[in-house]
Each structure stands twice: as C-alpha cells, then as structure tokens.
Design a protein around this ligand. Structure first.
Ligand code: HEM
Ligand SMILES: *[C@@H]1O[C@H](CO)[C@@H](O)[C@H](O)[C@H]1NC(C)=O
Ligand SMILES: *[C@@H]1O[C@H](CO)[C@@H](O)[C@H](O)[C@H]1NC(C)=O
Length: 324
C-alpha cells in the first residue's frame, strides 16, 4: 500500500471513530451530532419556524422564551414540553408557565423530522434550534447550535421554582445567573436582552404600580410617563400585555435604550440600569448593538448547555409532549 493510501485509510478510520462517538453520544454536545443520522434537521426546523413566524411574528418571542424556561428547569431536556397526566402535573401547568407559547411549532418540526429520521433527534435539540432560528428571523445574531441533548423523563410543577421571578433585583439575578449557573454578569445582562422580543402581562409588573413601598406609590425607577402607560395597560386586567420595547418583533438593542429612559417593564429589567453592578453594561449595549449580539451569542451557548443529558442518559422522545 502506498503512503497515500495508508494515510487515506487512517483518515477513514479516524472519521469512523469520530462518527461512532457521535452516534453513541460519547462526546459532549457537537455541531455535527446528527451529521449522518439526520443531515437535514437544521433546514427542516428553519423552514417550519420561518413559516410559523411569517403567519405570526410574535411567536419569535415565544420560541426564545421556551428554550430559556426549558434550560433553567432540569437543564435543557425538553421537560417544558411535557403535558400533564392524571398522576403528574407538569412544568407547563405551573403559574410560572406564564403564558408560554409556541408548542405547536415544535410539534410540527418534530413530526417532519420523525418521518425523515425516526427516533434520532431529541425534542430538546429542536427547541434550541427553533430559538436560534427565531432570533435570526427577528434580526438577531446567528450562532451555531451544539446538538446531542437527550430528552428528560421528569417534568414536575414544583421544579419551576428555579425560574427567576420578575420582581428580582440585580443582586438576586446575579446570585441566580452567576452564582448558581456560572454565567458572567455581562451574559446575564445580554440574556435579559432577550426581552427585546415580546410582551409581559400586567400580572408580571403590577407590583411596581401601587403600594410599591411605604414611601412611594410607584416604583421610583419608573419614568412617570411610562408609569402611566403601564397603568393604562393594567386597566385592561391582569392578562393585558405590554411590549418590552418599541420594536417587539425585532431583535435589536432598543430594550437597553428603554432601560436608560426608565422604560423597563419588569423590576428585573429596570434593576439592570439602576444597579451600579450592571448599569455600565446596559449603557455599552445601548450604544453598541454588535457588542450586545456578541455577548448574547455566548450567553445562549452557555444557556443551551445547562445540565444537558448526554449519551445514555434520558431518551429521544417520539412525541415531544409525552415521555416514551
Ligand atoms: C433575567 C431574568 C428573567 C426574568 C425575571 C424574566 C421574566 C419574564 C416575564 C415575567 C415575562 C412575561 C411573562 C408574562 O407576563 O406573560 C417574560 C417574557 C419573556 N422572556 Fe423573560 N425573564 C428573564 C430572562 C429571560 C431570558 C434569559 C430570556 C431569553 C434569552 C427571556 C425571554 C423572554 C421573552 C422572549 C419573553 C416574551 C415572551 C412572549 O412575548 O411570548 N427572558 N420574561
Ligand atoms: C399554564 O398554567 C395554567 C394554570 O396555571 C393553565 O390553565 C394553562 O393551560 C397553562 N398553559 C399552558 C400553555 O400549558
Ligand atoms: C435585593 O433583594 C434582596 C431579596 O429580596 C434583598 O434582601 C436585598 O436587600 C435587595 N438588594 C438591593 C440592593 O435592593
């Protein structure tokens, strides 16, 4: 055998070993995890997401939030998608499911993927891809998604205590994101910038509008005219919604400019500007969208790797709403 051929055979063996690693899930998450087993998974998810968003642009926010809620409860394992049964109340039925939406988009992608490569692609990976594609669709940054997450077999209402409450201040947010989950403070601020998309219900911010504390009727960090706007929204009841920024379906840095004006919707939004620990980061992102995008990508990569199940852990769910 010539040297060339030997080199060629060695290369093939190497590729085979690498592929086997991917199939067995021996390796950590990887970009090419489904390379052979389901090569078209990314374009399938992208098409389904694009079609859904063309009909309803507000679903971009919903898909991004779904991934966040998935990853912060039990790791990114699609536990958020499980339906409750007679003997189990699932995460999605907690009050903290807070108007989560977009489940049908995930179901639709899963259905098409199951026809092409049955039993191969996890629901958790589909959720991560759909969130990424929603961000791009809305004008945000592109980032590669590592794949190979396995789906979890537990989804319990009580686990949703791990989600941050909208009333948290920056100290508590830093405790949760940096202390508990290993994000940087910059990543906490950039990920909060996910609120460049979507809306909040009055029930999520009415704590700021009256009886705020003994001395103030209204949260003093709220700009007075915006306080009126929020009150007007709330006159429509607890489920009336307020956009987080002036461009609710566009992924941009308007959220950070809003915080600078005292136009943050949630306590957990405005605190990022009032707290000296995070204020300079808000100012930087308001001035420099590219910097926001860059740190957001890094934060999303870290978020998408939180407590992931790999290899023989968990399962690949056949129906994203049901444990196999
Ligand atoms: C920093 C801590 C966070 C808190 C306290 C928080 C809280 C909330 C609350 C209360 C709502 C409104 C829910 C409602 O009233 O219906 C909301 C919406 C939303 N959140 Fe967060 N969130 C946080 C971080 C994040 C992160 C990290 C992301 C994604 C990267 C995210 C993405 C979204 C999106 C896109 C919406 C709008 C959903 C829609 O319009 O359907 N949030 N969040
Ligand atoms: C969210 O939980 C409420 C109960 O708190 C339930 O009525 C609602 O159907 C749930 N939403 C979803 C999308 O599961
Ligand atoms: C933040 O919230 C925590 C818990 O509610 C509270 O103990 C702390 O004093 C608050 N910090 C600031 C700076 O307001």
């Amino acid at each position: 055998m010539s040297k060339m051929n030997t080199a060629y055979v060695v290369l093939l063996l190497l590729i085979e070993v690498l592929m086997r690693g991917a199939r067995l899930g021996v390796d950590a998450l990887s970009v090419n995890y489904y390379g052979m087993a389901c090569p078209f998974v990314e374009p399938i998810v992208r098409n389904v997401v694009n079609q859904a968003l063309q009909k309803d642009p507000t679903l971009a926010a919903a898909l991004l939030r779904l991934h966040f809620h998935d990853c912060f409860v039990q790791g990114c394992d699609a536990s958020v998608l499980i339906d409750s049964t007679n003997d189990n109340t699932a995460e999605k039925d907690s009050p903290a499911n807070q108007s989560l939406r977009g489940y049908e988009v995930i179901d639709q992608a899963k259905q098409i993927i199951e026809m092409q490569c049955p039993g191969v692609v996890s629901c958790a990976d589909i959720v991560a891809l759909a969130a990424r594609d929603a961000v791009i669709w809305a004008g945000g940054p592109y980032y590669d998604i590592l794949k190979g997450r396995r789906d979890g077999t537990r989804s319990k209402i009580q686990d949703t205590v791990n989600l941050p409450a909208p009333t948290l201040n920056s100290t508590a947010l830093i405790q949760m994101f940096v202390g508990q989950h290993g994000f940087t403070v910059q990543e906490l601020v950039a990920l909060s910038g996910g609120h460049t998309l979507g809306v909040a219900r009055c029930s999520s911010f009415k704590n700021r509008l009256k009886n705020f504390d003994a001395t103030n009727d209204v949260d003093p960090s709220l700009e007075p005219n915006f306080a009126k706007t929020l009150s007007t929204t709330c006159s429509g009841g607890d489920t009336a919604v307020q956009a987080f920024d002036s461009t609710m379906n566009t992924f941009d840095n308007a959220y950070f400019s809003a915080l600078q004006r005292g136009w943050g919707v949630l306590t957990s939004d405005q605190t990022l500007f009032t707290s000296p620990q995070t204020k300079s980061i808000v100012n930087a992102f308001a001035m420099n969208q590219a910097m926001f995008f860059f740190i957001f990508q890094q934060g999303m990569l870290r978020m998408g790797s939180l407590d992931v199940k790999e290899g023989n852990q968990g399962e690949v769910r056949l129906n994203c709403r049901k444990i196999n």
